[in-house]
Design a protein around this ligand. Structure first.
Ligand SMILES: Cc1cc2nc3c(=O)[nH]c(=O)nc-3n(C[C@H](O)[C@H](O)[C@H](O)COP(=O)(O)O)c2cc1C
Length: 176
């Protein structure tokens, strides 16, 4: 995939489409020692916090990826072309605890530019993040009734990562 560096103020993306339609592959761990895991995510955000550009992801306690992201100081988000949807479905239903799902997916993990967590060669958009903050959702603070129906006591932990690098295909870059 032919990607170029994209500065945060040049990034062209509809965040609602990105999360709920495209999805992303969240990866955390260490590429050099091949100790990492990935899972599909569809909930999250991109924005500014503490004057830094951030990506925020939410991970339930039972995900295998959770132990990697808790141990690591970084994570990446990889967004793929539509043709990879089936692969993202599989990476979002199978657990790395039970099988080498990344190897089975045929995707190619590759070193990131700024963080230890790997990216994927086939991605059309890559976001590299350094963890800045985490917090667990507090069920007493859910103000809409529908939210509690989404949980069985497995409240997500949210992670805010400072965006250190973005690379993407031309469609993700604002024309000068
Ligand atoms: C489209 C889609 C979106 C998902 N989004 C999330 C999410 O935002 N947070 C989460 O904890 N799990 C999410 N999941 C579930 C995980 O991807 C799934 O449980 C995965 O198998 C976990 O893999 P792991 O055990 O190897 O970490 C999603 C699954 C799919 C298919």
């Amino acid at each position: 995939m032919e990607r170029q560096e994209i500065a945060v103020n040049e990034l062209l993306v509809n965040p609602f489409e990105l999360w709920s339609t495209n999805w992303a592959l969240l990866t955390s761990g260490d590429f050099a020692s091949r100790h990492f895991n990935s899972m599909t995510v569809a909930w999250g955000s991109l924005g500014i916090m503490w004057n830094k550009p951030f990506a925020m992801v939410v991970v339930r306690p039972q995900r295998y990826t959770r132990q990697f992201i808790d141990e690591s100081d970084s994570f990446t988000l990889s967004v793929f072309p539509e043709a990879y949807r089936q692969i993202l479905e599989t990476l979002g239903t199978k657990s790395g605890r039970e099988m080498d799902k990344i190897n089975a997916s045929g995707l190619t993990p590759t070193a990131s530019t700024k963080v230890a967590s790997p990216s994927f060669l086939e991605a059309e958009l890559l976001v590299e993040c350094r963890k800045m903050y985490f917090a667990d959702f507090e069920p007493k603070h859910f103000l809409s009734d529908f939210i509690k129906d989404l949980y069985k006591n497995d409240y997500h932990r949210m992670y805010f990562g400072e965006v250190l690098a973005i690379a993407g295909t031309a469609r993700y870059k604002l024309a000068p």
